[in-house]
Ligand binder design. Structure first.
Ligand code: AMP
Length: 395
């Protein structure tokens, strides 16, 4: 069965068409600048890539274009071949604890909670509505980035702030990247043929989060009420003292939302290095002796290492540490730096094993107290698996 895994943003729509249960990617692509001048799309299939510039005034037009292209490129012969569409949603709020079938009621509930994720959810909801319009008879699901973290206890998800903020405004830790952490948990648990593992899953990409998992359940995670919290990221600050905002605001006259934007878009690797948010550029600059790039890498590695050490304590000793996403899967230098900073846990790297990119591999030394694995993530596949399971249940 063919499943479309969809990730829609306010002006973009990313898709992967996957043959299930074989888990084979048939095609993938990106529609960009939807509703903006100069809209275009790229579709990759069969080792080929096409790019077309076409006006797309809204997401429905983009979805229609996508379906028409799939037919024209002979990827499918009719719309009926698509047996499920899974939509990624960043924020499910407190009500959604697992993947659900998309209905009008679900859209309504998501719309009620839209101010929990004003940057991310509106675009995704627009994408869902567009697919419901173009493919009204196909099973569609919503896969929430927050859902996997719903097993956290109050002791972890409550902030020590006035309790009414939680009661009245739903202020609490939600956690993100849940689909990726769930995929890592599934992959490593299947590999060890155990469902009682204590795992520290480190998703280190442009965004980043560390999650403590015990027997398939999240105990704690580094992102918070929004994806701004936790470790240092490409452009996000991660945890900082909140008083900085008022102080800088008084100095610069910037508003709270301008400063929050600075923390989201101008901080992290970019902010400290002044070079780039891309860890490859920062790595190159550091190799060339750029001191701020060297400093940015050092802070980045330490923040991640500190979370790993904290979660090792919380789990009362982890069984395995997993590194994933762009940096975790590809940067041997950053992996080595992180592991060197958790030497106190008895974790040791094996340089020869660490000499790899984008593959499932043990990279810690034989005598490392906790094994460390690189585990490539695949959020699109996780979405397709959920959608296949729900579509099969429904039929
Ligand atoms: P993601 O958000 O998971 O796509 O990850 C994006 C991040 O992965 C960017 O900072 C990239 O620079 C980083 N990345 C990708 N490939 C490499 C690589 N070979 N070495 C270092 N960083 C990489």
């Amino acid at each position: 069965m063919k499943i479309l895994s969809v990730n829609a943003g306010s002006s973009s729509l990313k898709f992967t068409l996957i043959e299930m249960p074989e888990k084979v990617t048939i095609a993938s692509g990106l529609f960009e600048k939807i509703g903006i001048e100069g809209s275009f799309y790229t579709i990759k299939y069969n080792g080929e890539k096409i790019t077309k510039e076409v006006p797309m005034e809204d997401h429905s037009v983009a979805v229609q274009k996508l379906m028409d292209e799939l037919i024209e490129l002979n990827i499918i012969s009719s719309f009926d071949e698509i047996e499920g569409v899974g939509h990624r949603l960043v924020h499910g709020g407190p009500d959604f604890t697992k993947t659900v079938i998309l209905t009008d009621e679900v859209i309504e509930k998501l719309t009620e909670n839209i101010d929990l994720a004003p940057l991310h959810n509106p675009g995704s909801i627009t994408g869902m509505k567009a697919f419901m319009k173009v493919l009204p008879n196909v099973v569609q699901t919503v896969v929430f980035d927050t859902a996997f973290h719903s097993t956290m206890k109050e002791t972890e998800y409550l902030y020590p702030v006035p309790y009414e903020w939680y009661e009245k405004y739903k202020v609490r830790k939600y956690g993100f990247h849940g689909t990726s952490h769930r995929f890592i948990n599934k992959t490593i648990s299947e590999y060890f043929e155990r469902n009682d593992l204590k795992i520290i899953s480190c998703h280190i990409g442009n965004g980043g989060s560390v999650t403590a998992i015990d027997s398939g359940k999240v105990v704690d995670t580094s992102m918070g009420f929004t994806p701004l919290a936790g470790i240092m990221m490409g452009t996000r600050s991660g945890d900082i003292d909140p008083s900085i905002l008022e102080y800088v605001s008084k100095k610069t006259g910037e508003s709270l939302s301008e400063l929050t934007n600075d923390l989201n878009k101008k901080s992290g690797l970019l902010g400290v290095s002044g070079v780039s948010s891309d860890s490859r550029d920062v790595e190159t600059a550091a190799e060339e002796g750029n001191e701020r790039a060297i400093l940015a890498q050092e802070i980045y590695a330490r923040k991640i290492a500190n979370y790993i050490a904290m979660y090792n304590n919380l789990l009362n000793g982890a069984d395995v540490i997993c590194l994933t996403a762009g940096v975790g899967e590809n940067s041997k230098k950053m992996r080595k730096m992180i592991i060197e900073h958790i030497a106190s846990l008895g974790v040791k790297i094996d340089d020869a094993r660490n000499d790899c990119r984008g593959e499932f591999r043990l990279i810690s030394a034989e005598n490392s107290k906790i094994p460390v694995y690189v585990v490539p993530t695949n959020e699109e596949l996780m979405i397709a698996i959920d959608t296949m399971e729900l579509a099969q249940k429904k039929n």
